[in-house]
Design a protein around this ligand. Structure first.
Ligand code: SF4
Length: 201
């Protein structure tokens, strides 16, 4: 039986939010004639940090559904990732190590992959709380594909971020003021184990 870490309602809501991100991505990618097929790169070696307990917990709900041997393999790779990335960061290099749950080029926890995995690649934008709009051009391949086009739409991440923040607030409640801030790679989330709202470090 699947071990639930999040309250069922929060777990369902993040699944819906992830689904909405995926649909918005697919719609825009289609309008740009952009796909990842045939790409010589694999963006799963990009270095990203994640910032919510909710995504951390939902990732672990996916981990708990895996067969034991696969789960252990991912955990072992996550430990190696953390060690290697620390060494690279100490040398002032941005780590470019393959994600510990990527197997043969494919995501090993596809339905539980994190928000940035679902939005990376296409042109996107967000409006910060101070009102400043930020734009991201998409990956190198998408930029090549859309080069010279004047009709580029950006996927607006603002409402998606806001929904994630609301979920985080709903789940953590007042504890969000005392819990440590999350700033972790996926590998660190695996090495630390599922989040507990009872711990304070
Ligand atoms: S979670 Fe999946 S999609 Fe995201 S970087 Fe890892 S392997 Fe790639």
């Amino acid at each position: 039986m699947t071990q639930k870490i999040l309250p069922p309602d929060i777990s369902n809501q993040i699944a819906t939010l992830y689904h909405d991100m995926e649909s918005a991505y697919d719609d825009l990618a289609k309008s740009l004639d952009f796909t990842c097929q045939g790409c010589p790169d694999n963006c799963c070696d990009s270095y990203f940090q994640h910032h919510t307990y909710t995504e951390w917990a939902y990732l672990w709900e996916g981990m708990e559904e895996l067969p034991e041997d696969k789960k252990n393999r991912f955990l072992q790779r996550a430990e190696e990732y953390v060690k290697e990335s620390k060494k690279m960061l100490a040398r002032d290099e941005r780590p470019n190590i393959m994600c510990p749950i990527n197997e043969q080029g494919l995501c090993g926890l596809y339905s539980h992959r994190l928000m940035i995995c679902r939005l990376h690649g296409i042109p996107s934008a967000m409006t910060r709380p101070d009102g400043k709009r930020m734009e991201f051009p998409g990956c190198f391949r998408c930029q090549e594909i859309v080069e010279g086009r004047k009709d580029i739409t950006h996927l607006d991440r603002t409402k998606m971020y806001q929904r994630l923040v609301l979920l985080e607030m709903e789940w953590l409640g007042p504890k969000r003021h005392v819990l440590p801030r999350v700033k972790m790679t996926l590998a660190e989330m695996l090495v630390k184990g599922p989040p507990s709202l009872d711990f304070c470090r």
